[in-house]
Ligand binder design. Structure first.
Ligand code: ADQ
Length: 517
């Protein structure tokens, strides 16, 4: 049962207090591929940076409150210099409250497990975005190997005591079973940040039984949406020997129960709002205004990793279509697309970057007027404050993923718009569309429909924009990242086998999750 927030919504502090009370004495171990803090060489010394990541926002408070261990791949070029003989470093720097345990992978294992199996195999398979997944036996063997290396690290950190292990994402499909086989007293949960495809799609995965068996080592398996949970349950039903209870979202396999639940992830809404109203963002608004110049009347933005699932080429084609059907925007609209290079060792990603440059060039050539060009592509990774400034400056934001587990950009856009203005054009196939129903929802495969949505966004009366934005903002406020963390952790209290957990949560006043996914 999910507890009610002590005030209107869950906050970082309320989550902290809850965890301090309910998880006292419990060893909490988080596992993810990416680390929350990276040490890298800079000038003559070493600097510690915190990569911008929704994951860190969500998990950092859990670890701070429980003083646990976060196990992750040490990927920074100075990571080895910062750790002790057990590969431990206390974090956050300056005010240490938990331990980061780094795991070392050799270059080939990392390349095959991470770039190969995870990003060329599971990523396209789960997104069903018409990119053929690549499956290589050598990648799968490295994936197994990497999962075994992480299992050793977890067991070492648990030290034979009961512990709660919270695994992140599709890089670790085999880890839950490996852990349970070696220590059944561990409570193991996993959150799968990407969609789970339907069973027909999943059938092509060559090692499906082993992967499903691995995932069924979990006590709790979380997806963003109920839809992904149902897909997973159907896949299990057809894929391995197990008893599936679709009504209660549970699977029994070999006498062991796995609960499968939706936990829609989110952002730190209040923290985001505070920063968006702060002086740094104001300064960036002015800088960006100058940088963009005044050769346009309307500004649209897109902010993504350059990933083929994000639907960026069709988004640019939609801008092209708008200019075709509405001549009044020629010379008036600037569309600024951030496409930060990502996974560039993979050919499909290199190809996407070439396609984006070429497409922008074609569209700009078609509509050029004097100095004005309709599309600008920027490859830079920006600090949050600059992104917020762009959110606030723009007339609309396009999030048109072909398929997306959730999509945090959509939520960040709404949170930044404290002026209750701006229009969000959002793909129906992003998980966020289930909560953000007041956005202009579009089919990202239809350039015509998106072109129309842009026309609608640019002509929408102020009152309608306000109404829609207000609804978007309250959806994100009520379902913030702390709600996500509380829901996961309190479900774990129900499924866990951790001794000494008080029945405190169950005794509290309870409320159903705010939105049914
Ligand atoms: P991602 O596919 O990485 O995450 P998303 O949820 O959109 O996608 O998060 C991207 C993050 O990167 C956002 O916080 C965004 O602000 C940031 N970002 C993008 N471009 C940037 C830039 N130029 N500069 C700085 N920051 C930038 C996966 C799943 C998603 C799911 C998340 C969380 O694919 O569906 O929402 O995990 O579970």
């Amino acid at each position: 049962m999910i507890p009610s927030p002590p005030s209107a919504v869950w906050t970082r502090l309320a989550l902290h207090k809850l965890l301090r009370r309910e998880f006292r004495g419990v060893r909490v171990i988080v596992v993810s591929n990416r680390e929350p803090y990276i040490h890298r060489r800079s000038g003559g010394g070493v600097e510690c940076i915190q990569p911008a990541s929704g994951l860190t926002t969500a998990l950092d408070p859990i670890l701070r409150a429980t003083g646990g261990v976060w196990i992750a791949h040490g990927s920074g070029d100075a990571d080895r210099l910062a750790v002790d003989s057990r590969a431990h470093v206390a974090v956050p720097p300056g005010a240490p409250s938990y331990t980061l345990r780094r795991v070392w992978l050799d270059k080939e294992t990392e390349e095959r497990y991470y770039c190969g199996l995870a990003n060329e195999g599971l990523w396209p398979l789960c997104h069903t975005a018409f990119h053929r997944p690549t499956f290589r036996l050598a990648d799968w063997e490295s994936y197994r190997q990497a999962n075994r290396i992480f299992a050793d690290a977890v067991l070492e950190e648990a030290g034979g005591d009961p512990a709660l292990v919270f695994i992140q994402d599709y890089h670790f499909g085999l880890l839950p079973r490996l852990l349970k086989e070696r220590d059944p007293r561990l409570t193991v949960a996993q959150f799968w940040h990407i969609p789970w495809p339907n069973r027909e799609t999943f059938r092509v995965f060559p090692w499906k039984e082993e992967l499903l068996d691995g995932l069924l080592g979990n006590d709790l398996l979380g997806f963003h949406l109920r839809y992904h949970c149902s897909n997973f349950l159907e896949t299990v039903d057809r894929g391995v020997e197990a008893m599936v209870d679709s009504e209660h979202h549970e699977v029994w396999r070999g006498g062991k129960l796995t609960r499968v639940r939706p936990f829609p992830i989110s952002i730190d809404f209040e923290g985001h709002v505070q920063e968006a109203c702060g002086p740094a963002v104001k300064r960036h608004v002015e800088t960006w205004r100058r940088e963009l110049g005044n050769g346009h009347r309307f500004l649209g933005i897109g902010i993504d990793r350059a990933d083929y699932t994000k639907g960026i080429p069709d988004r640019l084609r939609a801008v092209d279509r708008l200019l075709e059907i509405c001549p009044e925007y020629r010379g008036q609209l600037l569309f600024l697309q951030f496409a930060v290079p990502s996974r560039t060792r993979i050919e499909d990603y290199q190809q996407l970057n070439r396609e984006l440059a070429q497409l922008a060039e074609e569209i700009n050539t078609r509509w050029a007027r004097g100095e004005w060009r309709p599309i600008r592509i920027c490859r830079r990774h920006l600090p949050q404050a600059e992104l917020m400034a762009l959110h606030r400056l723009s007339d609309f934001c396009m999030v048109t993923s072909l398929h997306d587990g959730m999509n945090l950009v959509a939520k960040e856009y709404a949170a930044s718009r404290t002026d209750e203005d701006g229009v969000l054009v959002l793909s129906r196939f992003a998980g966020a569309a289930r909560q953000l129903t007041s956005a202009l929802l579009v089919n990202p495969f239809s350039v015509d429909e998106m072109g129309e949505a842009l026309r609608c966004a640019l002509t929408m009366p102020r009152e309608e924009r306000r109404c829609r934005m207000r609804a978007l903002r309250s959806a994100v406020r009520e379902n913030n990242i702390y709600t996500w963390a509380v829901n996961v952790m309190s479900t774990l209290l129900e499924v866990g086998q951790i001794p000494n957990l008080s029945a405190g949560l169950a005794a509290q006043e309870v409320a159903p999750a705010a939105v049914n996914f």
